[in-house]
Design a protein around this ligand. Structure first.
Ligand SMILES: [Zn+2]
Ligand SMILES: [Zn+2]
Length: 242
């Protein structure tokens, strides 16, 4: 309902105002399927190998063999592989901010297209792999009115309707109110923040979609909950790594 109203409002605004790039403010002249202009998209710094085989952390220097970073050696993540597409800066960062904090839905096609390219590049075996959004807590969802990851997956489905999705993951703990906790306590708190809905049949493989990966603790916590419920393999794909 709220989403419908937001989209209608966006459509009205698009009619009244020409669409401008959320990052540089220039008018976008390449059709209305963009909220980020070509220059700002082209300016985004893509991540790529050599990187940690598990978490996708970039490794400086030349490495030809399969490499696991010291963090993943010490504490192997519960997800199988994590990949991020861009550095969290410039136009990509502005676009994610515009969506999350300013409800600028015009950037969804751009961001969804990036994610879809990531799926095709890093997780091309689409069969049996279900896209899953990192769920928001009920109170957070109510406040924001939408979940950016859900919207991004919707955008991906518009581009490729063959993609599968799964909505069985839920957030049972609101971890936004944990700023007073220590870093270790925060990590522990987020660890038990997710669960799989009762009576939900689980897919064999999951590709968890999120906007930004920072420490990876949230993605890992989602993987813990899904694997506990019987998902065999969890991979993660984020637009950016901060
Ligand atoms: Zn721009
Ligand atoms: Zn790693």
């Amino acid at each position: 309902m709220i989403r419908g109203i937001l989209q209608l409002k966006q459509r009205v605004l698009d009619e009244i105002y020409p669409r401008i790039c959320c990052s540089c403010g220039k008018e976008i002249t390449e059709g209305d399927e963009h909220g980020l202009c070509w220059d700002c998209r082209a300016d985004s710094v893509a991540l790529g190998p050599p990187w940690c085989e598990r978490c996708g952390q970039i490794v400086a220097g030349r490495i030809d063999h399969v490499f696991t970073c010291s963090d993943c050696e010490a504490h192997p993540p519960q997800y199988h592989q994590g990949r991020s597409l861009f550095h969290y800066e410039g136009g990509v960062r502005e676009a994610i901010h515009a969506l999350k904090y300013h409800r600028n839905f015009s950037v969804i096609p751009d961001l969804s297209r990036m994610l879809l390219a990531g799926v095709k590049t890093y997780f091309p075996d689409a069969d049996g792999q279900a896209l899953v959004a990192v769920p928001l807590h009920r109170s957070r969802q109510r406040k924001r009115g939408f979940n950016q990851d859900v919207e991004l997956i919707r955008g991906m489905l518009k581009l490729d309707p063959r993609l599968k999705t799964w909505q069985g993951l839920k957030r049972i703990r609101n971890t936004d109110t944990q700023t007073k906790l220590s870093k270790a306590a925060r990590k522990e708190n987020v660890r038990s923040a997710f669960a799989v809905k009762k009576r939900s049949s689980v897919p064999e493989r999951v590709l968890l979609i999120d906007d930004v990966m920072t420490t990876g603790a949230t993605l890992d916590a989602c993987a813990v909950a899904m694997k506990k419920a019987g998902v065999k393999e969890v991979n993660t794909l984020t637009i950016a790594r901060g």
